[in-house]
Design a binder for this molecule. Structure first.
Ligand code: G4P
Length: 554
């Protein structure tokens, strides 16, 4: 990823593009994503007190009213969008839900950002979900800033944490600041670039901005505070890093090949402000995007373009409305503009655009590349739709992702056969779920496939509320699927082990469901003439947003 060319007399559009930063936070549940989000809003003055946007877990139950499951479970099912201003920049933060609310939406959100922030728990390092999300970022070569959180708790050795990022994720991790102690002895960080100490002053609640004391490493007060031993350990660490540590290379960061690392404590507001400053300074503005015809949509060009990466129905249960989330890729968006909609082969007028802020929304007159807006969706838009003016064509289709959960879905009331199938069809179209077909009692049954279990619950709830259909979900023990590519003769020779289920996809292609990686490998060894094709991007790796890499150098 490369920043745009510097221009002596930038147009209004170029200025707006240069001001945008659109990113998502990737983390494993409980690492502190919500807390860091709140604190970024606090430091950007978007909210007065941290915690005002989304309640803490204990309160979330009461604050969210999007869907009833959301209320019941106290979770945020679907990604929210937050836009705030900081240092003359417009920052768009797209939330990626975690936990059981992990779904394809989580992955797709990463298709709509230009960079990501990876939050790690200092005691735990890289965890499973962080790794999965990181892989999606890597596919797009998205630059990633790392925040190692919870330094006020007992933490792992900082060098060990950096090493783990390098080993597990395969990119160099370069510390920008260095923690001084951890847990009860956490005193602050040493800024390795500015050669100064930022001292951590413990605050009572962490809701308001924390005071920070800046001092020199030789400051007598610091020596007294740390004690002789800890003070010389810090000096040694700093010296060692300056000699042996990898130095930060902005180009490598922008290419997604290196991550700068910041230590801090989001809950205590420590390290949040320097991190936000770094985000504004380092994170790239909106990047060009690859179009199907091989061209690029360049953010600063006049022609407008954008794509839909998420559909949220039922955002307002009173009106049962559906909102399409569109990321603007180029040109200026204006309310009521007429755009071409290549999938429908006609023009549409974008009459009801909304600016989304967490669960709220307000109407909007104009927006620029990098911004995400909500469009009222009376059935016009679906995930992956491109919208544009001028000569721009369609964007590359969004990739599909490797399902890890499978379930049979049965209609409880056969009289509602039509609604049942119509509802599933719609949810598949929206990308809420993937669908396969199983042969059961010589009947064909839809079989659902998802990246997160919550997707099944959402399907069940939406079929009930939107289509008045009650269903039964039977969870299956499979954890992976492969498309089976073989000629008919080879196919006929297959005799699957008892733990494997053979089903079909929407194109009547054979798909095998497996209950373990080991089982997949065993079958691959047994049938060398058959191709076991993975489902998601991981497999064929054909999806890559080449636009991100094709930008001319600064
Ligand atoms: P998530 O969105 O990544 O799932 O994490 P979240 O921010 O909800 O944080 C998970 C837990 O970790 C929360 O505590 C939160 O208060 C705590 N936490 C976040 N940052 C820090 C930090 O810098 N230091 C410490 N010590 N704790 C931190 P909880 O008890 O699970 O929930 P709550 O009742 O505080 O909401």
């Amino acid at each position: 990823m490369i920043q745009p060319l510097k221009n002596q007399n930038p147009t209004q559009l170029q200025k707006e593009v240069a001001k945008r930063r659109t990113f998502a936070i990737i983390s494993h549940p409980d690492a502190g994503k919500t807390t860091l989000t709140e604190k970024l809003l606090l430091y950007s003055n978007a909210v007065d007190l941290a915690g005002a946007v989304r309640g803490r877990k204990s309160q979330r139950h009461a604050t969210s009213d999007w869907m009833s499951i959301e209320q019941e479970r106290g979770i945020s099912i679907t990604s929210t969008v937050l836009q705030f201003q900081y240092n003359n920049c417009y920052v768009n933060l797209l939330d990626t839900p975690g936990h059981q609310d992990f779904s394809e939406d989580t992955y797709r959100t990463l298709m709509a950002v230009d960079s990501a922030v990876m939050v790690l728990d200092a005691a735990k390092g890289i965890e499973a979900q962080t790794k999965k999300l990181f892989e999606v970022c890597r596919m797009r070569h998205i630059p990633i800033l790392t925040f190692i959180n919870k330094m006020d708790h007992v933490a792992r050795e900082p060098l060990q944490l950096l090493d783990e990022i390098e080993k597990i994720l395969g990119i160099p991790a370069v510390a920008i600041n260095w923690p001084i102690g951890d847990g009860p002895t956490f005193q602050g960080v040493y800024d390795l670039q500015k050669d100064q100490v930022l001292r951590f002053n413990r605050t009572e609640h962490g809701q308001r901005k924390a005071p920070v004391t800046v001092s020199d490493v030789d400051d007598l007060a610091l020596l007294q505070l740390l004690g002789k031993e800890a003070h010389s350990a810090l000096r040694e660490d700093v010296e060692l890093l300056s000699i042996a540590g990898t130095s930060f290379d902005e180009k490598q960061y922008l290419a997604g090949d290196m991550t700068p690392v910041y230590f801090g404590s989001a809950l205590n507001n420590f390290g949040v402000e320097p991190f936000l400053d770094a985000l504004i300074q380092l994170a790239p503005p909106p990047q060009p995007r690859q179009l199907v015809d091989g061209d690029l949509a360049i953010p600063e060009q006049e022609d407008f373009s954008g794509f839909v990466f998420k559909i949220q129905a039922n955002m307002n249960p009173k009106h049962r409305d559906s909102i399409a989330f569109m990321r603007i890729c180029s040109g200026r968006f204006q309310k009521d503009m007429v755009v071409s909609h290549p999938r429908l082969g006609r023009n549409v007028r974008l009459t009801r655009p909304y600016q989304l802020f967490a669960q709220g929304r307000s109407s909007l007159e104009e927006a620029f590349p990098g911004d995400v807006l909500g469009l009222a969706n009376p059935g016009l838009f679906t995930i992956g739709d491109s919208l544009s003016t001028g000569k721009l064509a369609s964007f590359l289709p969004l990739p599909s992702f490797e399902p890890e959960f499978f379930a049979l879905i049965r209609n409880k009331d056969t009289a509602k056969h039509k609604q049942f199938h119509k509802g599933i069809e719609q949810l598949v179209k929206e990308g809420a779920i993937q669908r396969l077909f199983a042969l059961d009692d010589s009947q064909i049954h839809p079989l659902l496939a998802a990246v997160g279990k919550l997707q099944f619950e959402v399907v069940e709830a939406r079929l009930k509320t939107e289509y008045n259909v009650e269903v039964e979900i039977e969870y299956l023990p499979y954890t992976g699927a492969r498309r089976i590519n073989a000629d008919l003769q080879e196919l006929a020779k297959i005799s699957w082990p008892s733990g494997v289920m053979e089903v079909k996809d929407g194109n009547n292609q054979t798909v095998a469901l497996f209950s373990s990686e080991w089982e997949i490998r065993r079958c691959i060894d047994k049938y060398p003439n058959i191709t076991f094709q993975e489902f998601g991007f991981g497999v064929n790796n054909t999806w890559e947003n080449k636009g991100d890499r094709n930008r001319p150098n600064r």
